[in-house]
Design a protein around this ligand. Structure first.
Ligand code: NAI
Length: 331
C-alpha cells in the first residue's frame, strides 16, 4: 500500500474548507488508491468549529483517511505536509479599503510562508486559493525563498471550469467534450477567458469552438463577462461565495499537477511568470499549462491576436499594481 500523503488545508473551518476536506478524504484530489492524512488549520475564534469538522471526518469513516490534525498552531499544521492548500485569509468586509484587506493578507501569507519553508516536507506543492489569490501566492513565494518557485501556484481552475461550463451550456454538449479554454492573468474581473484555441469533441471529430459558435459578439462579449463576473453572480444567488465549485477546482488543480494532464489537453494555473507570451516576469499569472511527472510547463507557441493581447496586458497591469500595493503594505 502507498504511504499516506499529508495535505494541509488552511481556513479549514470555512465554507470552502467544509466542502474540500471530504473531497480530499474520498480520494477526489489524489486518486482512489492514495491514503491521506489531513492537516487542518484555522484561527482561534474558529477552533471549536474546526474541531466539529474533525468530528464529522471521524463520523464519515473514510477508508483513505489515515489521520487528522486539527490545530490553530501554524507550525504543527505545516509540519511534514506534502501538499498545502491555502484557503485561509482575511475577507474584505463592508467599508474596508483594498489596502487594509491587502495588509491583513500580506501579513498572513508572509508568516505562513516562513512556517511552510521551515516545516513542510521537501518538494511540498502549494496552491493558494484565498484572495487576492495571485498576490497572496506571490508574497508566499517571496517569503519562502527555499521553496522552488515552480512549487507555488494559485487557483484559476475555477474560472477555467466556469468557461468550459459556459461553452457546454451554449452548445448543449457535454462539458467533458470541451477542452483547452485558457484563463489568462489575475483571478479577478480583469482575467481573460480565451476560447481561441478551445475545441469540442463531436461525432465529426474535434472542432474549434469558434467554428461551432459562429457568434463573435457573444464570444468576445457576454461569454467573457459572464465568466469574469460569475463569482459575483453566485454571491447574489446564494448570499455566500462559491464554495463547492471552488473546492472541486482545487482538487482538479492538484490532481492534474500531481498525476498529469491528459494527452492533448491543457488547464489553467496561476504560476510564476517567466516572460512567456510577453507577460512580465515576476508575477503570479494564470497561463495554459500541461503537467507531467509532477511538474507544470507553460504551453508555448499559441497565437495571440490583437484583441487578446490587450486583455493579457490589462490583467498583467492589474497584477503589477497589486504587487506594488502588497509591497507598500509590508513597509
Ligand atoms: P470563509 O470566510 O468561509 O473561510 C475562511 C476561513 O479562513 C475561516 O474559517 C477563517 O477563520 C480562516 N482564516 C482566517 N485567517 C486565517 C489564518 N491566518 N490562518 C488560517 N485560517 C484563517 O471563506 P471561504 O468562502 O471558504 O473562502 C476562502 C477564501 O477563498 C476567500 O479568500 C475567498 O475570497 C477565496 N476564494 C477563491 C476562489 C478562487 O477561485 N481562487 C474562489 C472562491 C473563493
Amino acid at each position: 500500500a502507498k504511504d499516506p500523503v499529508r495535505v494541509l488545508v488552511t481556513g479549514a473551518a470555512g465554507q470552502i474548507g467544509y466542502a474540500l476536506v471530504p473531497m480530499i478524504a474520498r480520494g477526489v484530489m489524489l486518486g482512489p488508491d492514495q491514503p491521506v492524512i489531513l492537516h487542518m488549520l484555522d484561527i482561534p475564534p474558529a477552533a471549536e468549529s474546526l474541531n466539529g469538522v474533525k468530528m464529522e471526518l471521524v463520523d464519515a469513516a473514510f477508508p483513505l483517511l489515515k489521520g487528522v490534525v486539527a490545530t490553530t498552531d501554524v507550525v504543527e499544521a505545516c509540519t511534514g505536509v506534502n501538499i498545502a492548500v491555502m484557503v485561509g485569509g482575511f475577507p474584505r468586509k463592508e467599508g474596508m479599503e483594498r489596502k487594509d484587506v491587502m495588509t491583513k493578507n500580506v501579513s498572513i501569507y508572509k508568516s505562513q510562508a516562513s512556517a511552510l519553508e521551515k516545516h513542510a516536507a521537501a518538494n511540498c506543492k502549494v496552491l493558494v486559493v484565498a484572495n487576492p489569490a495571485n498576490t497572496n501566492a506571490l508574497i508566499l513565494k517571496e517569503f519562502a525563498p527555499s521553496i522552488p518557485e515552480k512549487n507555488i501556484s494559485c487557483l484559476t481552475r475555477l474560472d477555467h471550469n466556469r468557461a468550459l461550463g459556459q461553452i457546454s451550456e451554449r452548445l448543449t454538449v457535454q462539458v467533458s467534450d470541451v477542452k483547452n479554454v485558457i484563463i489568462w492573468g489575475n483571478h479577478s474581473s480583469t482575467q481573460y477567458p480565451d476560447v481561441n484555441h478551445a475545441t469540442v469533441a463531436t461525432s465529426a471529430g474535434e472542432k474549434p469552438v469558434r467554428e461551432l459558435i459562429a457568434d463573435d459578439a457573444w464570444l468576445n462579449g457576454e461569454f467573457i463577462t459572464t465568466v469574469q463576473q460569475r463569482g459575483a453572480a453566485i454571491i447574489k444567488a446564494r448570499k455566500l461565495s462559491s464554495a463547492l465549485s471552488a473546492a472541486s477546482a482545487a482538487c482538479d488543480h492538484i490532481r492534474d499537477w500531481v498525476l498529469g494532464t491528459p494527452q492533448g489537453t491543457w488547464v489553467s494555473m496561476g504560476v510564476y511568470s517567466d516572460g512567456s507570451y510577453n507577460v512580465p516576469a515576476g508575477l503570479i499569472y494564470s497561463f495554459p499549462v500541461t503537467c507531467a511527472n509532477g511538474e507544470w510547463a507553460i504551453v508555448q507557441g499559441l497565437s495571440i491576436d490583437e484583441f487578446s493581447r490587450k486583455k493579457l496586458d490589462l490583467t498583467a497591469k492589474e497584477l503589477f499594481e497589486e504587487k506594488a500595493l502588497a509591497y507598500s503594505c509590508l513597509n
